[in-house]
Design a protein around this ligand. Structure first.
Ligand SMILES: NC(=O)c1ccc[n+]([C@@H]2O[C@H](COP(=O)([O-])OP(=O)(O)OC[C@H]3O[C@@H](n4cnc5c(N)ncnc54)[C@H](O)[C@@H]3O)[C@@H](O)[C@H]2O)c1
Length: 453
């Protein structure tokens, strides 16, 4: 079993790995600069909502194999592996903000012991060439005789299923210039039984960006198809089922709705586009993927405005704030833009989310947080479903109809059974669910068909 330090150990990725590696029997010290989070974690309280995380945290603390600290002198010297899990947020031009990485690399380099080999594992999503940068920063700050290798090990976990994904990865990608270092990291993951791809560092870094860009492209693709479906009377759910049955396409990431958010897809697609720009290329597809995604949020607000003949003075219940279900993460959540658009147009917004309200209340003081979906719907002219929490599908719509002032439900995630809603006397509109009416004549133009009979 190995001695491991996780730098950024109270973030989504770092905390997931700190608890998981302790569970696998390693001795883990999680280092973070956020003192309040570190204190809470040592008490067994997770600052992050993630299924199963708090239980695993308590088990790790109880086993004596897991602890949290803000003290780099305590956390780094003598560890065989140092996982770099700090944030790599986007700057406004799409470029990656590498300040946390740079600072962490310097902190690590200064504390590596002479006459000991340490493997630094780059788990954060970092631009192509970052493993070289981290290697250089370590070399500049390391004391004589300390030996260090850097392995690029991109992470593919999904928030809301982080622990599942850590324990059941599809693949482990390891980019190294030193095969032995890659194999040492592969050995850490061996109990998980996943296929391992060992490659050069830049290709490993690129795998992460290409994977997220592809998935984001699938989402923007189905959302563009949904708009056409809605205009021409087709149902995108059926279309997604029909194309998803083709194994070359596959059914996943074909849910039309409000698009992607979160800390990864928007920033990683933007960063890849930025890297392509910087290399003198024209990343047209990546730019379109991002444009389509943002446009969905504007269109959703516009649809509410049209359906209610204006939003000024309307009371709108927003169900769901987190960027997706089973997380409390609000980063790049469609809810932020949707609520911003509603408030701008004079609406009064009442919101409910099973996990993200505490964080949202700090970000959006103008929004009233409600205790449950019924309280949010009380006196509302419309309900907008923004996050696909399963809980919303099980709501009693008869009771909802009784407490609302209006009767409109705009389902931005195609989550609800339309009949359950309309059966309760409410109006329902999903995304890309078609409408009746004439197909524009320009589509069916051409010479009239003359019957030969
Ligand atoms: N969140 C995800 O679902 C996910 C999935 C795959 C990859 N990633 C990537 O993993 C990385 C981390 O993402 P996250 O969501 O966990 O971020 P996060 O912001 O939740 O966590 C980062 C942590 O690093 C800490 N930190 C910053 N500078 C530090 C330093 N110098 N020393 C010690 N700690 C420091 C912060 O306090 C924070 O707790 C990013 O590069 C992200 O793109 C994230």
């Amino acid at each position: 079993m190995s001695a491991i330090c996780i730098v950024g150990g109270s973030g989504y990725v770092g905390l997931g790995y700190a608890t998981a590696l302790a569970e696998l029997g390693h001795e883990v010290v999680a280092l973070d600069v956020a003192a309040d989070r570190v204190a809470a974690l040592n008490e067994g309280h997770s600052p992050i909502f993630e299924p199963g995380l708090e239980e695993l945290l308590r088990r790790g603390l109880g086993s004596g194999r897991l602890r949290f600290t803000t003290d780099a002198d305590d956390a780094i010297p003598g560890r065989a592996f140092v996982f770099l899990c700090v944030g790599t947020p986007a700057l406004s031009n799409g470029e990656t903000d590498m300040r946390q990485v740079r600072s962490a690399a310097i902190t690590i380099g200064q504390r590596l012991r002479p006459n000991q080999r340490t493997i630094v594992v780059n788990k954060s999503t970092m631009p192509i060439g970052s493993a070289d940068l981290v290697t250089q920063l370590l070399a500049e700050h390391v004391r004589d005789g300390a030996e260090v290798a850097v392995v690029a090990n991109p992470e593919f976990l999904r928030e809301g299923a982080a622990l599942h994904d850590i324990f059941h990865p599809d693949r482990i990608v390891l980019g190294a210039s030193d095969r032995q270092a890659a194999e040492a990291v592969a050995a850490l993951y061996a109990p998980l039984g996943a296929p391992v791809l060992i490659t050069d560092r830049r290709s490993a870094e690129m795998v992460k960006y290409a994977a997220n860009a592809f998935l984001a492209t699938k989402i923007s693709f189905i959302n563009e198809v949904a708009q056409v479906c809605e205009a021409l009377g087709a149902d995108v759910l059926t279309v997604a089922e029909g194309i998803g049955a083709d194994p070359r396409i596959g059914p996943r990431f074909l849910q039309a709705g409000l698009g992607f958010g979160g800390s990864c897809f928007p920033k990683d697609v933007g960063a890849l586009a930025h890297m392509a720009d910087a290399a003198g290329l024209h990343p047209q597809l990546l730019r379109a993927v991002l444009d389509i995604n943002l446009d969905l949020r504007r269109r959703f607000v516009a649809k509410a405005e049209r359906s209610l003949d204006g939003l000024d003075g309307r009371t709108i219940a927003v169900w769901g704030l987190a960027f997706k279900e089973d997380t409390d993460d609000l980063r790049e959540s469609p809810a932020l833009d949707v609520i911003g658009g509603l408030l701008e147009r004079g609406a009064v917004v009442r919101a409910y989310d099973p996990a993200a309200m505490a964080k949202a209340a700090r970000l959006m003081p103008a929004v009233t947080m409600a205790a449950d979906p019924y309280a949010a719907a009380g006196g509302a002219d419309a309900i907008l479903i923004v996050t696909p929490w399963k809980e919303f599908a099980g709501v009693d719509f008869g009771r909802i109809a009784g407490v609302m002032r209006g009767d409109l439900i705009l389902d931005g995630r195609n989550l609800l059974d339309p009949e359950a809603v309309t059966g309760a006397g409410l109006r329902y509109a999903g995304v890309g669910r078609g409408r009746t009416g004439a197909v524009p004549s320009a589509i069916l133009s051409g010479a009239p068909v003359v019957s030969r009979d």
